[in-house]
Design a protein around this ligand. Structure first.
Ligand code: HEC
Length: 140
């Protein structure tokens, strides 16, 4: 019974999360889309400075206060081996990181994942988000 209870709990959470992600991407119509911007990786390196307090994009350095972000696009969220501080939201997540999704998430961290443990204000400027994504794409 206990096991079934947990299963229902996690399934409910996962479905709720998937709906949140889909909703954020599909119905946030007034928001900018990444395709409207051309990212500059060199400027993005400077934008990423605020993320570096918690994340390394270089594979060989490993995790920090946040998980390593090497080749993050294409990975399933919240599943990086060796990083033990994921929130329940990310542990249960079943979506893949895309550039569009990161672009949308960083616009408003808590709107998309209210229970995340990531203490960041995100990046409000869409051009800066595009630059940051261009920088992260270097690491793959
Ligand atoms: C104060 C520390 C901190 C800062 C600053 C921070 N992060 Fe995070 N980040 C985290 C933590 C902790 C998690 C795990 C979140 C969770 O499980 O809810 C995370 C998760 C992530 C993930 C998901 C990784 C995965 O394996 O699914 C991405 C992508 C990410 N952060 C990008 C960024 C970017 C880009 C910035 C800069 C704008 C940033 N983060 C700033 C701590 C931080």
């Amino acid at each position: 019974m206990r096991t079934i209870g947990y299963w229902i709990f996690f399934t409910t959470k996962t479905v709720a999360l998937s709906v949140t992600v889909a909703f954020s991407l599909a119905f946030n119509t007034h928001a900018e889309s990444l395709s409207e911007f051309t990212g500059d990786a060199e400027r993005g390196r400077l934008v990423f400075a605020q993320c570096r307090t918690c994340h390394y994009p270089e594979k060989f350095i490993g995790h920090h206060n946040g998980p390593n972000l090497h080749a993050i696009f294409g990975k399933v969220a919240g599943k990086q081996v060796g990083f033990d501080d994921y929130s329940q939201t990310f542990k249960a997540a079943q979506f893949v990181w895309t550039e569009d999704l990161l672009f949308a998430w960083l616009a408003n961290i808590e709107a998309m994942f209210p229970e995340t443990t990531m203490m960041s204000l995100g990046v409000t400027d869409p051009q800066q988000r595009a630059d940051l994504i261009a920088y992260l794409k270097r690491f793959r």
